[in-house]
Design a protein. Structure first.
Length: 284
């Protein structure tokens, strides 16, 4: 015998009265773990269940690295043009406008200058949300200007890469940024100013072929995808099965492409430790 019986049949609720669970309350990691989004944010967007590092953008990295989240943004209003009048599924100029409105970003990199553990630091951080973190002319120019600021003011430089590679809509203009940023980093090295490169998920294409692998110390977050071409392209090109864990930060560390893997919770302390060691100054 049932404990409860429905007295009225055919009860319905009007659509406007139905209550849905708001989106974004929970996050499901690739291993199937369900985490409360607020708890995830408090844990620096690292799943406490399986240590999975969720992709984050410049806003979150600046909060992690700068003391009290206080910094000055350089070249904040610089935006891309459409010199080739490029059209694929839509006009490049329209795509730029749409992604700016959606992300509230001006392009795929932001540059911040502020104090980290009490000392000045220049941080260029890429945003994957902006056309896959693709590297166009503005990305190269903002990185170059960030390096110029480091040289002028003798401030260590940190590059946080998160990119699908060169921006095809800008063709050769995009590819020119590889040489441009590499030349600027050579000037930074000549000035004997530390450069730390942090590779996050994903770091691929032209970023890997230029500034992402040119650090005095190259570090990465756990489990990050790092490589030039994607796994599918490599497999189709070589016709061979790839090694287990190929192009993960752990695989690259084992094979000498990285110096360290640094969990996000240790990021601020470790980056400043590396800078102190390079400059042979008192450890903070």
């Amino acid at each position: 015998m049932a404990w409860f019986k429905r007295k009225e049949k055919g009860i319905t609720t009007a659509t406007e009265d139905k209550k849905d669970v708001p989106k974004g309350l929970w996050y499901k990691s690739p291993t199937g773990k369900i985490i409360d989004t607020d708890e995830l944010a408090r844990n620096l967007w690292v799943s406490p269940e399986d240590d999975f590092h969720v992709r984050i953008g410049s806003k979150e990295y600046f909060e992690i690295l700068f003391d009290n989240n206080e910094f000055t943004e350089l070249d904040a209003k610089m935006t891309s043009k459409d010199p080739l009048n490029f059209v694929d599924t839509k006009k490049y100029s329209d795509r730029l406008k749409d992604v700016m409105d959606k992300t509230k970003l001006k392009d795929a990199v932001r540059t911040g200058v502020g104090k980290s553990k009490g000392k000045d630091l220049v941080v260029c951080c890429m945003d994957f949300a902006f056309i896959g973190g693709s590297m166009g002319a503005v990305v190269g120019e903002k990185i170059a200007r960030g390096i110029d600021y480091s040289i002028k003011h003798n401030v260590p430089f940190l590059m946080i890469s998160k990119s699908g590679g060169a921006r095809m809509m800008e063709a050769a203009f995009s590819l020119m940024q590889l040489a441009k940023t590499s030349a600027k980093l050579a000037q930074l090295a000549e000035a004997k100013i530390p450069y730390i490169s942090l590779c996050t998920d994903p770091t691929t294409g032209g970023t890997t072929a230029s500034y992402a692998m040119l650090g005095d110390i190259n570090i990465a977050e756990p489990g990050a995808l790092i490589g030039f071409a994607g796994p599918r392209v490599v497999r189709d090109t070589t016709g061979k099965d790839l090694p287990e864990g190929f192009q993960t930060s752990e695989f690259l560390l084992e094979h000498g492409f990285l110096d360290f893997i640094t969990p996000r919770k240790e990021l601020k302390d470790k980056i400043n430790l590396y800078i102190d060691l390079i400059l042979n100054q008192e450890i903070r």
